[in-house]
Design a protein around this ligand. Sequence first.
Ligand SMILES: Cc1ncc(COP(=O)(O)O)c(C=O)c1O
Length: 451
Amino acid sequence: MDNLHNASAHLQELDARHHLHPFTDSPALSRRGARVITKADGVYLWDAEGNQFLDGMAGLWCVNVGYGRREILDAVAAQMQQLPYYNTFFQTTHPPVVELSAKIAELTPEGLNRVFFCSSGSEANDTVLRMVRHYWASVGEPSKTVVISRENAYHGSTMAGASLGGMKPMHKQGGLPIEGIEHIMQPHWFLHGDDLSEADVGVKAAQALEDKILAIGADKVAAFIAEPVQGAGGVIVPPSNYWPLIQEICSKYNVLLVADEVICGFGRTGNWFGCNTFDIKPDLMAIAKGLSSGYLPIGGVVVSDRVADGLDAGGDFNHGYTYSGHPACAAAALANIEILQSEKIVEKVAKTTAPYLQKKLSEFASHPNVGQVRGVGMLGALQLVPGSEGKKSFYKPDETGVSCREHCLANGLVMRAVDDAMILSPPLVISETQIDELCEKALKSIEQTFA
Ligand SMILES: Cc1ncc(COP(=O)(O)O)c(C=O)c1O
């Protein structure tokens, strides 16, 4: 044990000296030392000191098929031997990227048949911004350039991704948002509902889109972008009337509808895509994460035939990445999708494990320190509140979530805190017994937080 501890301490020391972490307060991290994760299997992680954690977040919402899937490793190794790298620029292609494009077209909603590849969700959304503007220019409406997004949305960390996102702390750094991006309210009943019903919040949040389009002028609005379920913002499942209203408004004003499926895609909501779950008909879809279950970095933008035809009319799209459609990443994605399909993982989530998870989570609603339970598919949020007197109307965000997250880790569970909502997005292969374990650990951690 001492040896393990010393090895871990050595890594922590080097890490503090040389590694700049994303979304991390470096001095605070240096004082306590990073958690050093050394291995993973199924839904579990181990740190360098041998502690085991149930990964309630599937890494960063991405390891949909769970850790340690040999099939993906073998597919990547074989592809690395055959063709480790080649690009897809200048009229070139290769077998894995062709096969993956066709597979994605088969899985995505009807009418979305072509894919532009990149390496992450952020790059996918950067691509979206340039693509929708290029589309409108190509079809003779170059004034349509503004993209409307939502407050508290997360669309990535690049300049365009963070600007499309609606997170104020991100906008404060680096002079964001960039020009031509506007934000409207999110359909978050718990936070913004006041005395309104959920349906009223759905109408109000959708009306905000119409008002914004009218204020800017429909002839200047290129697109509206949104996650089917806001993930990093706190697993905000919209009221059921929200998406139908949004769809109607986008078509009324000829505004492209972009679904950011980076979290929701590949089974997370109990269907292949969040668009299936909420009956959204998008013009473009950003994908990443679950596309390869995070085994290798790959993302993309899937476009409708209308958008593809428009882009075709515009000649060269002067955009692309060295690793667009990287062969090894494409092979990983194909093997991942093969696992999802052959093991009927999405179907099992829909029929068995997601209803079980949602039922177990709903039991938290009677807890005095849980103000709201949100969830769909394999996504969940437990909104913490100070006590039963603090349910909804007395709610004020504080640091309770961070404290609860620390208790979770001490109890062998990875959950994420978004303000004081505790977030869940476990691997889709989690079993009912493991869901029991997860909920027991979450309950214990909540009790300790408020003890
Ligand atoms: C909805 C959504 N879009 C985009 C991104 C950015 O993806 P990446 O971190 O791969 O750049 C994320 C990441 O969490 C996300 O949740």
